[in-house]
Design a protein around this ligand. Structure first.
Ligand code: FUL
Length: 489
């Protein structure tokens, strides 16, 4: 059959939409699984958090300590977790995740199960507990608090044997019992290799699939902190984005075939895009450091990422159905360095100015289809829990924003209503300028949030067309914004 000319096709759709909205019998909106659980939904709203790498490596100027370091080397001079929390809060971040123990095995809390911790460090006369100080600071500043506990331990003599798993779980129990509510537990996929291992100085390889018996550890987390989401390559709740550069995939499905993934698997990158037909909801988290290293190195003081780089990362993580976990390498004083503070404040000001005013609010919306009982106004009511639904029969549904007067804009935002599942497979964005429609972007998935940037121009409208979706659309928010211009680096 010959395809219909475009205008006839649009009219046919509008007509069909009209007929359908007049019919009284309509099937209720069915969820398209897999679906997020309530804890994942809460996490999804955070979008932007701080990762803090601060531990023994800060003092040895390394990225990966071998495990033979001495607690006496850990001695920050001005450690102030309230400064970290204030910086994160001012930056617009919603939580902090701290490296309680990195691969070298040194513990930032006085664990009962090892001598390799702050209890034998000169800091605070051996009475310090950094995890306590940080969890208190997070509470004070209204931030969520999360822990990174390295499964690999290059200090522990039992690493590689079953006894180590008991040790690892004992530590996890301490962290998840003694410090109040934890929002995220972070398990690194990097593990196994050479190390000190209590003086053995050898290479220890583990079977990453079986050694850790993850299901039992996951149960332990669930029993101690049921609201916490668990991050690892394999989830179960949040997955790695597949790179440490700050960029999510253009196509990012939150569902994956979770049962075929395990933490530390070598070809994990192929899971970066997720899978349209995946069996479990496991959204991505984009972890990236604000400097080249995860840990503080004085020689990198002038290599802090620029505002325009961070903005690019923000759009390519938060704006690509992911969340941004931006690492701040706390320095040897025990403070977030001034250079970081300066650019984080610039980023906060940029984001505030960009998203303060949704230019779509109060404007007219025309949709090619609206299912009975829903209204397009739900898209611009500033309410995340209301949403608009298209008719299941209408193909290529469109949402058109008709501006009362032309405005300068350069950013478009759209969000799917996640409790009903991720549906959109591909879309086109057009702008109306001097009466003509021009395509500015063609993309794939949406999910939690899609941000599209286009050249700053004065426009009369925007048209969002979904070319392909798993089912009828359930869209919760739509926005048009004008971001301030950025100077190139
Ligand atoms: C990696 C680790 O090996 C790095 O040191 C860092 O902690 C990063 C977040 O994850 O896999």
């Amino acid at each position: 059959m010959k395809p219909l000319p475009y205008f006839q096709f649009i009219w046919l759709n509008l007509f069909l939409g009209f007929i359908l909205s007049c019919t009284s019998v309509e099937a209720p909106l069915e969820p398209v699984g897999p679906l997020p659980n309530p804890h994942q939904l809460t996490w999804q709203e955070l979008e932007y958090c701080a990762f803090i790498h601060f531990n023994m490596n800060t003092f040895t100027n390394k990225e990966w300590g071998y495990g033979d370091e001495q607690p006496s080397q850990f001695n920050p001079t001005e450690l102030d977790t309230r400064q970290w929390a204030r910086v994160a809060k001012d930056a617009g971040m919603k939580g902090i995740i701290i490296t309680a123990k990195h691969h070298d095995g040194f513990c930032l809390w006085p664990s009962k199960y090892t001598e390799h911790s702050v209890k034998n460090a000169p800091w605070r006369g051996g009475k310090g507990d950094l995890i306590r100080e940080l969890s208190d600071a997070c509470k004070e500043f209204g931030l969520k608090f999360g822990v990174y506990l390295s499964p690999w331990d290059r200090n522990h003599p039992d690493y590689g044997k079953p006894e180590y798993i008991t040790y690892f779980r004992n530590q996890l129990r301490e962290l998840l019992t003694d410090y109040g509510e934890v929002f995220e537990v972070w398990f690194d996929g990097a593990n196994g290799g050479d190390g000190y291992y209590g003086g053995a100085n050898e290479e220890r390889r583990v079977d990453k699939k079986t050694y850790y018996d993850w299901p039992t550890t996951i149960e332990l987390v669930r029993s101690l902190q049921p609201q916490a989401v668990i991050f690892s390559d394999a989830g179960p709740d949040i997955r790695w984005v597949g790179n440490e550069k700050g960029y999510a995939n253009e196509t990012t499905w939150s569902p994956i075939y979770r049962d075929s993934v395990y933490a530390g698997m070598p070809d994990f990158q192929r899971f970066a895009a997720g899978q349209e037909k995946g069996t479990h909801w496991v959204p991505t988290e984009t972890d990236v450091s604000i400097r080249p290293g995860w840990y503080y190195h004085p020689e990198q003081d002038d290599q802090v990422k620029s505002l325009s780089k961070l903005v690019d990362i923000y759009y390519n993580s938060v704006g690509l159905n992911s969340s941004l976990l931006l690492n701040l390498p706390v320095d040897t004083r025990g403070l977030v360095h001034e250079n970081e503070v300066a650019v984080l404040n610039e980023l906060a000001a940029f984001l505030k100015e960009t998203f303060a005013q949704n230019l779509a609010e109060g404007q007219k919306l025309k949709t090619s289809t609206t299912a009975k009982g829903y209204t397009p106004e739900a898209l611009i009511d500033n309410e995340p829990n209301t949403y608009w639904v298209s008719h299941s029969e209408v193909v290529k549904p469109t949402i058109e924003l008709q501006l009362e007067a032309p405005v300068e804009a350069n950013t478009f935002m759209v969000q799917e209503y996640l409790p009903m599942g991720q549906r959109i497979k591909s879309f086109v964005l057009e702008i109306l300028k001097e009466g003509n429609w021009t395509k500015v972007y063609e993309g794939s998935t949406i999910g939690n949030k899609r941000l599209v940037r286009f050249k700053t121009q004065t426009i009369e409208g925007v048209r969002f067309t979904v070319n392909e979706s798993k089912a009828q659309l359930a869209v919760s928010n739509l926005g048009l914004f004008k971001a301030p211009e950025l100077s190139e680096d």
